[in-house]
Design a protein around this ligand. Structure first.
Ligand code: AVI
Length: 325
């Protein structure tokens, strides 16, 4: 179909990174041990994440959707006609709120979803085309870095890159800084960046969101080991690990770990790797930083963005920031 084009950028760096597994080797041979959070997202992991987004304790998804429902029209009016470029588009659910707003302005709809999972990207692009017949989609399958380096000029007056769901929080401050530089490099002067960030709030609310009563987050976390087993011919036994997540007040971040329950050895054949685990030892699988709206706006400014507007919910649990290059 002419309205749908999908380019796979994964052949180079991403493929090498995943087949190679160097990131797994270095994470598991360090002290303390860690694993990169991208290994959460095999097909099963992506399904667990979709379930997390629906949990009563996990407020970020519905709070951000509420803000978008309230303010998408304002965002569309501020930017005028622009191509919408989404980093980590996943199921593109919240994207519809923006598409509705740009459609209501009578603007042409062009959408560039970017995701490492070609399956979910294609599926959600086809769903969108059913509901938005005039939409043109050019999907890019690859990492943010690869895709940002490949963005093309648009025939529309401007472009807006958006990064929702507070995925920024999963980057260390150093990686976040590099990420902002890549966004800036990808945009022309006057173009837009819309960022969704989870905000600091009482510890009990945050810890409940990452320790849900149904144990879906625990399954999501443990599934990373199953994913490694499958990918690298490993023998992790998930019965020998437990989910552990807590809020680090000093660093303003949730830290998610897998804690080993008994001393044992694990092998990952395809990586030629043997790892010793001691009882109570942990593997860090994710950080999820929680932001302060003033501080993050200042950081954007220092990087060279011009923050134009900020929207939040009545409890100020989540923030959306529109900036311009
Ligand atoms: C994708 N990311 C923004 C989620 C978060 O909240 O940091 C991932 C997640 N981890 C546990 N629950 C959700």
């Amino acid at each position: 179909k002419e309205s749908l084009q999908i380019y796979d950028l994964k052949s180079s760096a991403w493929a090498i990174e995943t087949v190679d597994g160097q990131d797994v080797i270095s994470g598991l041979t360090q002290n303390p041990k860690s694993l990169p959070p991208q290994y959460f997202y095999d097909d099963r992991g992506s399904q667990f994440f979709e379930q997390i987004c629906e949990l009563p304790e996990y407020y970020p998804t519905r709070t951000e959707a509420w803000i978008l429902r309230q303010f998408s029209h304002e965002i569309a009016k501020m930017t005028g006609a622009c191509e919408l470029i989404e980093l980590g588009s996943g199921s593109s659910t919240k994207t519809r709120l923006l598409l509705d707003a740009y459609q209501a302005l009578g603007n042409k709809l062009r959408y560039v979803p970017i995701d490492v999972s070609g399956g979910i990207l294609t599926e959600s692009a086809c769903d969108l085309l059913q509901d938005y017949p005039s939409l043109k989609i050019q999907g890019l399958v690859g990492t943010y870095e690869q895709a940002l380096a490949q963005l093309k000029p648009t025939s529309l007056p401007s472009r807006m890159i958006f990064f929702l769901g507070s995925s920024l929080g999963n980057l260390t401050p150093q990686k976040c800084d590099r990420f902002f530089s890549q966004i800036l490099a990808a945009l022309d002067m006057g173009e837009y960046f819309l960022l969704g960030v989870d905000l600091q709030k009482p510890k009990q609310i945050l810890e409940a969101a990452y320790n849900d009563a149904r144990g879906v987050t625990a399954q999501f976390n443990l599934n990373m080991l199953e994913h490694l087993n499958q990918r690298f011919a490993g023998n992790f036994d998930i019965q020998r690990f437990e989910h552990w997540a807590f809020y680090n007040n000093r660093l303003n971040q949730i830290e998610m770990h897998l804690r080993c329950l008994e001393t044992h050895t694990v092998c990952l054949e395809k990586l030629d790797l043997t790892v010793e685990f001691k009882a109570r030892e942990t593997i860090e699988t994710e950080i999820s930083r929680k932001f302060n709206l003033e501080v993050i706006q200042r950081e954007l400014q220092v990087k060279g963005f011009k923050p134009l507007a900020v929207w939040t919910d009545p409890q100020e649990w989540f923030g959306l920031i529109l900036s311009q290059k």
